[in-house]
Design a protein around this ligand. Structure first.
Ligand code: SF4
Ligand code: SF4
Length: 79
């Protein structure tokens, strides 16, 4: 069994609102966002999330199209 650090957060992306501007990519402190080859209904490439999101909310703040919902996980997970 590995002792990997449990995820601290995640994001949900409203991909169909994305304009592919890529502002969120450098804004993510742990650099877990990258542009994928996937295109949305408007034909724009959309970001993909790798593991390691901290739930910091930087992507939510920078995205001009309000694509992100950010979730932060509680430590201990008793809820
Ligand atoms: S919440 Fe923070 S760590 Fe997670 S994807 Fe957005 S900018 Fe990156
Ligand atoms: S900042 Fe928003 S609109 Fe721009 S690429 Fe990221 S998710 Fe898409």
């Amino acid at each position: 069994m590995s002792a990997a650090t449990p995820p601290r957060g995640t994001v949900r992306l409203a991909a169909d609102r994305c304009k592919g501007c890529e502002l969120c990519i450098p804004a993510c402190p742990p650099a877990v966002l990258s542009m994928s080859d996937q295109r949305n209904v408007q034909g724009f490439r959309v970001p993909a999330l790798r593991t390691g999101c901290t739930g910091c909310g930087a992507c939510l703040l920078v995205c001009p199209d309000f694509c992100f919902e950010v979730y932060r996980f509680e430590e201990g997970g008793n809820a």
